[in-house]
Design a protein. Sequence first.
Length: 166
Amino acid sequence: MGEPWFALRAVEDDDRPAVGVFARAHWASTTMVSSGRVYDLTQLDGFLAEEGGRWLGLVTYAIEAKRCQVVSLDSTAPGQGVGSALLAAVEAVARDRQSPYVWLITTNDNRHALDFYQHRGYRLVAVHRGAVDRARLLKPEIPRVGEGGIAIRDELELAKNLSDRP
């Protein structure tokens, strides 16, 4: 596999206002609720994929107590390796910081995310029934219906053990 056609770099402090604009455009907010916790995407570590000054994707993550969580991942160029490169960058940081695995939350309607992550070695480790219903208490703008007309109710937790070999 050759070099990507886009540049990948860490989010810098000067990028934070633009992270907010990108997050609002793709998530309708700069906050993300995951496992009952509210994250401000503009304050998290992350990576950008860009080409010619145009942002093609953004991933944000949080590492606490050697647990690395992907908080958000979005690509404007699906199927072109942007999401995979962003996810690999977070996995590399996790390895460098001795995090044994990377984990994330998605919602029960997000079939695309389930396919994407499972094809990259992530496994479903938990279903948090009603977690999205509870998250709406913290972030009321979370939609009630998602992909394919499926009611968004539950959080699905996926994780990848970084020491596993495919």
